[in-house]
Design a protein around this ligand. Structure first.
Ligand SMILES: [Zn+2]
Length: 454
């Protein structure tokens, strides 16, 4: 009894240590619960056995991303208001990493996991021509969204710059714990700035408190409307947050603003893995499962600059001998240059999420990766002005020709909140503070403009 109790306490403390190790590195993503995983496993099973799903899996998805760059008035290119070029380098990293051509992937040892593959009798889909666990092309790519939620062409593709002072929002770097940062993100920043989660992958980029011990956190793909499946995101919180200094690639764009040692954009690669249903390689406990058969079990997340083979025999059931742990997988924690692969079973999870999750399965179908063809939607030009912006109680519309059909105000989700009969002035005193879109209908034209209510 005493031994059992001691064993229990030891195991408990060991679990806490493992947990603390995970959280101390760079990822704050919540471990999915069993109910979610059970439901996801059913969908994976359907995906594997349904020929229709497999046919669709040959499609390459392209996910539009909007980076919400949160700043307090710094010039573009000054931290944390990072430049378009730095963000462009991040998109290149994602597209290389998800197609199996990531930075340093040519360093994959020619004998990596060959004997382990033989011992585990892995299916051929998981094996490359050298008999190793394969570095896969996931079949998912990314673009910087060309358009905002109203269909307007973005002046900087994929970028929505937000001065938090103008929105009366708190400073993101004032939160030093996971709990307070999570609350700030989910209760304040995200709901006031999020774009339609069925159309965009929302990525918020901010400064952070030095004491905050992670640099990225992601939503897990929701699986509802299925009753009883708890999800960790809603249509006002779904997406990814990252510290501004881990976005982009020092290798591709050395003029960027980076925080050593995570300087090759792999934090976002890792978080997008979570966003598409992947778990940490260790299964978030000692030698636990990540529900992928082609990733050898690991005793814990690996950090730093490991070399192959690593921690041979650290897990026994199943064993990871004779070649050890797959630290080079994106879902482990080594420094950016040392991880460069996803596997076939990880691809199955991500493709299953793209096919089934209600916040994932329409991504890439709205034409947001290409510029609009028509000119029926215009930014306001010299003929019309709205003022003041930001506004507190009313918005004035000054138009050179008196040909306005209708004025309306909608939120960023596209929900119309006000339709005004007055063509020169709109009372906005009842709107909560935030960003809105005014739409001015003139003849066949809908002209739109964002404004801030404060
Ligand atoms: Zn993680």
């Amino acid at each position: 009894m005493k031994i059992n109790l001691l064993t229990t306490i030891s195991l408990f403390l060991f679990s806490l240590t493992i947990y603390a190790q995970q959280e101390n590195q760079f990822c704050g993503t919540r471990v999915p619960d069993d109910a979610w995983e059970n439901e996801f496993q059913k969908l994976i099973s359907d995906y594997k056995t349904n020929p229709k799903s497999q046919k669709q899996s040959s499609t390459v998805y392209t996910i539009p991303i909007i980076f919400h760059v949160i700043h307090s008035g710094q010039p573009i290119g000054t931290f944390p208001n990072i430049s378009q070029s730095q963000i462009n380098s991040q998109i290149t990293v994602l597209n290389q990493d998800f197609s199996g051509n990531g930075f340093n992937s040519s360093n994959y040892p020619s004998n990596a996991f060959v004997n382990w593959v033989i011992n585990q009798s892995l299916p051929t889909t998981s094996i490359d021509s050298n008999g190793r666990v394969k570095i896969v092309d996931v079949g998912i790519q990314f673009c910087l969204s060309k358009k905002d939620t109203s269909g307007n062409l973005l002046s900087e593709p994929g970028i929505n710059r937000i001065n938090y002072l103008s929105m009366n929002l708190p400073n993101p770097s004032s939160y030093s714990t996971q709990a307070t940062m999570k609350s700030y993100l989910d209760d304040t920043l995200k709901p006031q700035t999020i774009w339609d989660v069925t159309k965009y992958l929302n990525v918020w980029i901010t400064d952070k408190n030095n004491a905050l011990n992670y640099t990225g956190v992601s939503s897990v793909p929701p699986l509802s409307g299925l009753m009883g499946i708890p999800n960790n995101s809603t249509d006002s919180t779904d997406g990814i947050w990252c510290f501004a200094k881990v976005i982009g690639s020092n290798n591709l764009y050395p003029s960027g603003i980076y925080g050593s040692p995570m300087v090759e954009g792999r934090t976002l690669t890792h978080e997008v893995g979570h966003y598409l249903g992947l778990r940490h390689i260790s299964g978030d406990a000692a030698c636990a499962t990540d529900y992928c058969n082609d990733t050898p079990p690991a005793a814990a997340q690996n950090i730093g600059a490991p070399s192959y083979p690593l921690n041979v025999g650290s897990c026994s059931s199943p064993t990871n001998a004779p070649e050890g742990e797959m630290f080079m997988n994106f879902m482990d924690y080594p420094l950016d240059p040392y991880k460069y692969m996803f596997t076939a079973d990880q691809t199955t999870r991500m493709q299953t999420a793209m096919l089934n999750s209600p916040y994932r399965n329409q991504l890439g179908t709205h034409g947001l990766c290409s510029a609009p063809l028509g000119l029926n939607i215009l930014n306001l030009n010299d003929n019309i002005s709205i003022y003041p912006n930001p506004a507190k109680t009313e918005l004035n519309i000054n138009v050179s020709q008196n040909d306005i059909n209708e004025l309306s105000i909608s939120n960023l989700l596209g929900q119309v909140l006000i339709i005004s009969q007055n063509k020169n002035r709109i009372d906005i005193s009842n709107l909560p503070n935030g960003i809105y879109i005014i739409t001015i209908s003139r003849g066949q034209l809908n002209q739109t403009q964002k404004f801030i209510k404060e």
